[in-house]
Design a protein around this ligand. Structure first.
Ligand SMILES: Nc1ncnc2c1ncn2[C@@H]1O[C@H](COP(=O)(O)OP(=O)(O)O)[C@@H](O)[C@H]1O
Ligand SMILES: [Mg+2]
Length: 490
């Protein structure tokens, strides 16, 4: 694996007691500035533990960072166009929904509101809001260029925390490296994400209406969610935010005759989902009914069901089929830019091209990732497990529930990973790590009119090289910041 040299000489070379003090002080600083997360194992709504983070920011090439920022508005619009293309969504997902119950449930919901939209005029409403995050890794196979891991269209997280808790600035200051501040790019993700929610609320045009946040039964990532909520209130003090689970919505929410969504006697202008992307969030039919109720309402959904489906891995794979991007993007230069960040993506449908992909994976499983239609981390298969999984369904339709993706090989760097309750007397060693960059985008539309389409900020996560998955919420990744340098490319 290619190694990326750190911007600072490592190990840090501080005496043990000074190193431990730096770590403890940085943990306290992070927690005191909102870098907290609820403990999964000892959950209490009264306490927080420090969010896992890298002690030092990680090197990222400036031009590749800029490339990822520049392309975001094109990806926002692409997602929007896909969400409006019924034939495309149907043909992408038709095989998958035969075998994947969760995607099928989402798709049925889509069909229901779509049909009602035609018969009842307006259930499939024209206003929509996307808060998106496109994730990338640097790929050393292509001379250090960014490759897209996935596009998130629902509950894209960590914009609040990574733009509000500037731990790495604090560390650089502690290390007496003030002149390096300028190499940490400005990040206004939470301001941009919340400004888009407010614009949607204004578009709804009812001063008394509220923003509804759909949450999990237990919100582990509470600080990130609250950063959004408190930023909304900072920008728009008169705006009220209500937080409910889908179960609570099924018991408490109503639709008026004109299809306004009413929660706690308030009309809902915007529904912002921070849950609803995993089968675990639907305990019974009640939660699906709640989702349908919201979908039928006049509230602006973030995301609506079409945006949710446009974020499936199956759609990502279909967009990579040669010629497909041209269906949605008319400017050939933009098509080329998007294509450049795609890596190999293959359907596993029970047909000739699916058979070819199966062969690729069986011949070299270590070069691929096998992905189902799931979000939230921990669902993919790697290496030998790919072979076993594919062999178990080689002649069955079940294959269509999955896609195959070329494995991206990011350069390895070194860093110290800080986690709660870690004993740093024994474990102060440097780790080999790799990073994943996320770029946030916002898009607000009314029918064919795009009212807002922006890139608004970034986040970075880092994980051990020995670890396949990288979710911070899931427990594998830790928060990081890009430290921009100009690399001489080969
Ligand atoms: N093509 C890939 N190459 C290398 N690692 C990958 C690839 N795709 C996914 N991963 C790793 O798996 C993690 C989860 O995959 P992802 O597609 O983001 O699914 P999820 O929706 O569960 O977040 C990523 O954060 C990344 O660490
Ligand atoms: Mg992901």
């Amino acid at each position: 694996m290619a190694q990326l040299k750190s911007w600072i000489s490592l190990p840090l070379g501080l005496p043990t007691n000074e190193f431990q003090e730096l770590i403890q002080k940085t943990k306290d600083w992070t927690l005191m500035h909102g870098g907290g997360i609820r403990s999964k194992h000892h959950f209490s709504s009264d306490s927080l533990t420090v969010v896992p983070f890298t002690l030092l920011p990680s090197v990222f090439p400036r031009d590749e960072f800029q490339k990822a920022l520049n392309i975001q508005p094109v990806l926002n619009e692409l997602t929007h166009m896909v969400s409006r293309d019924y034939e495309f969504l149907q043909s992408c997902l038709e095989k998958t929904i035969e075998v994947d119950e969760f995607t099928n449930n989402l798709y049925k919901l889509y069909e229901t509101v779509r049909e009602e939209g035609f018969t009842q005029c307006g259930a499939l409403q024209s206003k929509c809001l996307g808060l998106l995050r496109s994730d990338y890794m640097l790929d050393v196979c292509h001379s250090l260029s960014v490759k897209q891991v996935e596009m998130n269209t629902i509950a894209s997280s960590f914009g609040g925390m990574t733009s509000s808790v500037l731990t790495h600035r604090f560390v650089l200051q502690q290390l007496d490296l003030l002149d390096t501040f300028k190499l940490l790019p400005e990040n206004k993700a939470v301001q941009g994400l919340c400004s888009a929610i407010i614009k949607a609320w204004e578009l709804f045009n009812d001063e008394d209406s509220v923003v509804l946040v759909i949450i999990e039964d237990k919100s582990i990532n509470i600080c990130d969610q609250r950063f959004h909520e408190f930023e909304l209130t900072r920008q728009k003090p008169e705006l009220r935010v209500i937080r409910k689970t889908l179960t609570q919505i099924s018991n408490e929410a109503k639709l008026t005759e004109s299809k306004d969504l009413i929660v706690q006697s308030k009309k809902v202008a915007v529904v912002y989902y921070r849950a609803g992307y995993s089968p675990d969030h639907y305990h019974s039919d009640a939660e699906w009914s709640a989702r349908l109720l919201i979908e039928r309402s006049t509230a602006i959904k973030c995301p609506n069901i079409q945006y949710h489906l446009a974020g499936t891995k199956k759609v990502q794979q279909s967009l990579a089929i040669p010629g497909m991007l041209e269906r949605f993007i008319k400017d050939p230069a933009k098509v080329a830019d998007v294509r450049e960040v795609f890596t190999g993506l293959y359907s596993l449908d029970l047909d000739e091209s699916g058979d070819k992909a199966v062969k690729l994976a069986l011949d070299n499983p270590e070069c691929y990732v096998l992905k189902p239609q799931r979000e939230g981390g921990g669902n993919n298969f790697y290496g030998e497990a790919i072979r076993q999984k594919l062999m178990s369904c080689i002649n069955s339709k079940e294959r269509s529930a999955w896609i195959l993706m070329e494995k991206i090989c990011p350069p390895v760097q070194q860093n110290y990973l800080i986690r709660p309750e870690q004993d740093f007397t024994k474990n102060s060693t440097l780790n080999d790590v790799i990073s994943e960059l996320g770029i946030f985008g916002t898009i607000l539309c009314d029918g064919d009119t795009i009212l807002l389409n922006e890139q608004v900020g970034h986040m970075m996560r880092t994980k051990l090289t020995s670890c396949n998955e990288g979710g911070v919420h899931a427990g594998d990744g830790v928060l990081d910041s890009p430290f921009l340098i100009d690399l001489q490319k080969k």
